[in-house]
Design a protein around this ligand. Sequence first.
Ligand code: PEP
Ligand code: MN
Length: 355
Amino acid sequence: MSVETLAQLRNEIDTISLEILQLLNKRAAVAQKIGMVKSQSGTTNKFDPRREQELLLWLVEQNQGPLNDETIIQLFKEIFKASLAVQEQEQEKKLLVTRHEQTPDTVINVGAVAFGGQEPIMIAGPCAVESEAQIRAVAQELVANGVQVMRGGAYKPRTSPYDFQGLGLEGLKMFYRVAKEFGLVVITEIMDPIELTAALPYLDIVQIGTRNMQNFALLKAAGQQEKPVLLKRGMSATIEEWMYAAEYIMAQGNEQVIFCERGIRTYENATRNTLDISAVPLMKQKTHLPVFVDVTHAAGRKDIMLPLAKAALAAGADGIMVEVHPLPSTALSDAQQQLDFPEFSAFMTEMKPFL
Ligand code: PEP
Ligand code: MN
């Protein structure tokens, strides 16, 4: 084969490659249009396996070679996948949670505290509200360590119905009253829409827990009121599902959502959950909302909470949640994982340079 012929053939290949490139994009543009038509008719699921199968069979029938049928199937499956991705990207672009090029980071101001602002925020407090003495002691400890946001559950989502379920509305009222004496912002978990209405005057931020991330009635109710919502990641939820859960809240008109990664279920049992640290930069990339990390429920053990908290901030988290209790061994829930006061003070001292 002469050098000239090789050059000619290469030229021909380049021209064909360019044509394929143009055709692929032409195909993707049509796929995009199909996606839009499907959205308009209310179909959110863009994947149509039946249609794909029919198309593949038809293409194989048309195949004259030299590429064999398996290769054709493989190539077209990749093309289908790319088209589907284009349709899904289009869909994601339209969401309220999604970061767009011009979207500034959302900063949620509660009193003097800016969630998603310049400085990382610490949220600390007991797992559950147990007594006024307990709340008072923790509030004092938080203030002494420069913490401005206090957590504490009055409605507890317990695995067993026979375990302590929380003090309910009366406990929350007491928590709110005492926390306000100390000038603290109050965040507390709510589990159902009816409780939410009653509890709203006694909280600053509504927490939706991992077990309720897809409680759509609760998400809608949280979206129909004006206080910010901290949305924990479902323990088995993908990042996409988590974003859609936030979309439920935002679609109702409340755009003040704070994400909180709290570990996911994996086969690993050295920790209570597996802290998905990748979720932090991914959520910062995909959304404009603040992203927090709850190191307590992620680890379920005290000895690695500090490095996890540092890792979370290094990964771009806007703040940390941690549980603290005056006497953890007597706690009515999560006794093993709550820090006592000396442990909490030491934790805060180590965290200070990063806050
Ligand atoms: C909590 O923060 O009190 C709690 C129950 O956490 P999670 O929903 O992440 O388990
Ligand atoms: Mn807890």
